[in-house]
Design a protein around this ligand. Structure first.
Ligand code: CTP
Length: 382
């Protein structure tokens, strides 16, 4: 079932819109796919035959929605609905897209016919539109036979250059295949291999500082079964999108409990000397890069063998997922770390001040107490 607000918008346009705002409105993309297979719809993308901005301004004038942002080059507008909490909708104008080079942000031309807009899309299953009519009626527009591919659970692009022009679609194919348990069509597997063998594509993220690729990697690694997706990426040789270097991937299922996609990616790529460089290219926040770099250092220097209070604090300051990652990478460290925590002195710095210690002496005293505690705990164990 489609949400009530969709029909409220259609009725408002039907009843009150002037010439400028009155137009055919379609539901497109993932929402149609999810509707047809009976999945919950998360994001509604509406497509306007003439002008998304005209529709947005009309809905604002009716006090039905607020315009949040306008993206002129693509003819898209984001709105928020007034009577529903936290519901934002993306409105787009029918467009075609031209790619100047692989991975480029396409240049859009709009408005176009609905069929031309559908033809710019990635997979047949994502290129179905519902023309929304009054009385909750709709007509399915499916010029690429996407419904048959939904039935056959098969991913197919619309034309032979699709993966080459927009290599993020290679990652999207893997994501949808993993998420829905669909297969990637035979021809598509071949098209993916052909695209990946083209020199323009290899290390694309490195070349264009791959934020678009980063977004798709993120979405892929947020899947529960991300290791399955990573495995498929390895089989198809897709890691080459990230780097021209031959990346070594860890695929040990023991690491499944990691929750954040950043920790998952760090784990998958842990053995690569280019890891930090890649994370920067993919647009990771500095805070995350710092944590990974810290972990690399302490593992390399085997720092738990020469522990200090500072080291324990720094490890405890890591996000939980990175602590889990650290102990997954060095399982023997978990017990060792628990022992180190037990050795932390119970006395508080203020109490040491009362005993006459000041400034740097306080930390020195705490550190020597820690080392003493550690010695006696280790002796107890032996
Ligand atoms: N699209 C495309 N090529 C891309 C990205 C998006 O053709 N590289 C089109 C597809 O028609 C897609 C729609 O834009 O269905 C919306 O894209 P997006 O929101 O990224 O994905 P959804 O298909 O909606 O899937 P999800 O449920 O994961 O959001």
């Amino acid at each position: 079932m489609l949400a009530d607000f969709i029909w409220e918008i259609i009725n408002l346009v039907e009843e009150k819109a002037d010439e400028k705002a009155k137009q055919k409105i379609y539901l497109v993309g993932g929402a149609v796919r999810d509707f047809l297979i009976g999945h919950e719809i998360i994001d509604y993308d509406l497509l306007c035959e003439k002008s998304a901005l005209a529709l947005a301004e009309f809905l604002q004038a009716c006090n039905y929605a607020q315009i949040i942002s306008i993206h002129e080059p693509f003819g898209t507008v984001k709105i928020e609905l007034n009577s529903y909490q936290n519901i934002q909708l993306d409105l787009a104008t029918t467009r075609t897209e031209i790619y100047k080079f692989p991975g480029a942000l396409p240049i859009a031309q709009y408005p176009q016919s609905i069929n031309i807009d559908l033809a710019r899309r990635d997979f047949t299953i994502n290129a179905i539109a519902l023309e929304l009519k009054s009385n909750k009626e709709f007509e399915i527009i499916d010029i690429f036979d996407g419904q048959a591919d939904l039935k056959n659970k098969c991913l197919k692009v619309l034309h032979n250059l699709s993966y080459f022009e927009d290599p993020t679609r290679i990652l999207r194919a893997i994501r949808f295949a993993t998420r829905f348990n669909y297969k990637i069509g035979e021809t598509d597997l071949q098209l993916i291999t052909e695209a990946l063998n083209k020199p323009e594509i290899q290390g694309l993220a490195e070349k264009i500082r791959g934020i678009r690729i980063g977004i798709e990697i993120k979405r892929l690694l947020e899947l529960n079964n991300y290791l399955q997706a990573a495995q498929l990426m390895s089989e198809l040789g897709v890691w080459t999108l990230l780097s021209r270097e031959n990346l070594i991937i860890n695929l040990n299922p023991a690491y499944l409990p990691l929750k954040f996609w950043q920790a998952r990616l760090a784990y998958l790529l842990w053995n690569n000397e280019h890891l930090l460089n890649l994370l920067e290219i993919l647009g990771f926040e500095k805070k995350i890069q710092k944590q990974i770099s810290f972990m690399q250092n302490i593992i390399q220097q085997n720092s738990l063998n020469t522990p200090s209070i500072k080291l324990i604090k720094e490890i405890n300051n890591l996000d939980l997922d990175f602590i889990n990652l650290l102990f997954s990478l060095r399982p023997a460290w978990q017990n060792k770390f628990e022992l180190l925590e037990k050795a932390l002195p119970k006395i508080k710095p203020v109490e040491l001040m009362e005993q006459g210690f000041s400034g740097i002496e306080i930390n020195q005293k705490l550190e020597s107490l820690f080392q003493e505690n550690l010695k006696s705990l280790t002796q107890d164990l032996n």
